[in-house]
Design a protein around this ligand. Sequence first.
Ligand SMILES: C[S@@+](CC[C@H](N)C(=O)[O-])C[C@H]1O[C@@H](n2cnc3c(N)ncnc32)[C@H](O)[C@@H]1O
Length: 226
Amino acid sequence: MADSSGKNFFDGEDFGDAPFRPLIPKYYPADYQEYIRQETESLKAKVGGAKRILEAGVGIGRLITELAPLVGEFVGVDNAQRMLEESRKVAEKFSNVRIENVNLEELSKFFPEKYFDFSLCVWNTLGNVKDEVVVLKELARVTSESIFITTYLKGTLEKRENWYKTVGINIRNIDEKNEIFYSESGLKSKSFSPEDMGKLANMSNLQLAESKIINDVMLWTELRAV
Ligand SMILES: C[S@@+](CC[C@H](N)C(=O)[O-])C[C@H]1O[C@@H](n2cnc3c(N)ncnc32)[C@H](O)[C@@H]1O
């Protein structure tokens, strides 16, 4: 049976041996393809030249090829078997990338304090975790400069519905009031307003450095230690 953390989803229950379309932008509708393009450009500009970066929830390693050539070391963590296998295949092509099986709620057990210059928690990974504040506090412990987060933007239910349909995810239920999608395979996917992110930053003792909306579908937030 699917669990609430989306483990079966990220282990590929909806897709079997087929490509994991939710993390492959060429399968997306145009508005989300454009979000990915803009997010990638912003991340390149922000982390280029860093000594060490973390991607929290590395997925299939989509960003490794984009960012690893620009930084000293790229560490990707995940806790879903399929994601670890796929991202490790990408990582093999780079000498400065390592992938670790780590729960985002326990980052500070695995990495020293302020080990990374920058951490990334993008493509709504924060909207998939059990407790956002626990994860943000853990990111803060291991990051010395900024934490970059992208999440689904509240007020985009219709566009999200189209995205799920286009990539082939079977939705079991939509909580329209709170704008949360639940898939048959156990994915729970929340969304956030700029105010929600401000509150989460406060609760995690982090400072909001930048907030911007990307292509009317996603919310970009840069957080820093207070
Ligand atoms: C929406 S995907 C984003 C993947 C990647 N960042 C990208 O942009 O393509 C979220 C990823 O976070 C991972 N994840 C979710 N909760 C996690 C947790 N508690 N610990 C570790 N990884 C987690 C999932 O397995 C999945 O690979």
